[in-house]
Design a protein. Sequence first.
Length: 268
Amino acid sequence: GCFECCIKCLGGVPYASLVATILCFSGVALFCGCGHVALTGTVSILEQHFSTTASDHALLSEVIQLMQYVIYGIASFFFLYGIILLAEGFYTTSAVKELHGEFKTTACGRCISGMFVFLTYVLGVAWLGVFGFSAVPVFMFYNIWSTCEVIKSFQTNVTVPGDQICVDIRQYGIIPWNAVPGKACGPILENICNTNEFYMSYHLFIVACAGAGATVIALIHFLMILSSNWAYLKDASKMQAYQDIKAKEEQELQDIQSRSKEQLNSYT
């Protein structure tokens, strides 16, 4: 009895929705956690090496602080949204597996499933933009790191002085052109690349970008699941309508037969 009960319970688990939920939670956690710490490290690097005047990077600091608050909101929203989608998966699985029982799918349930399909599609498109945006700091940090590697190779070959190789952060538009010093050259730039803040921020941005990509995959997975579940519910409603009409016709036929028997008995 316990074994059959466990098998029945395991059969009602929406494994596809469960996998998508775990992937979504993991991706959002990586993006929000690593992105928050990486943004803090980026501000510290800019303040110490590229913009010594507070007024030059005041706007950037406010934008980064706002982005960190947005990260808090994203983490909270997707925690709730993932749980809701998982619950919807349980609901749809029960509805499909109990078509011939007492469980009835309602128009409200089908409407909610359709709404989730639309909302997940919108969120998937939005997260494609987030994924592309999260690749920008990775590109910037990679350029700085690759320039440091070039400086090291020039120091080994001693063909070109390393002081002529620079990275100007102002060209990326994150600080104004009048920011001082705005750029770092030669050994100073190499020292920046060797700091723990640069190393951690670079790799955390990479992990955050990977988390955004995992979230996009999870939302695409959710979209396929929700579309399939909505189609199942639609077919279930048609099947229920057919069964109701069939039961009504059978009841009417039984009533007609019972009346015919009564009339025949009254004649005899």
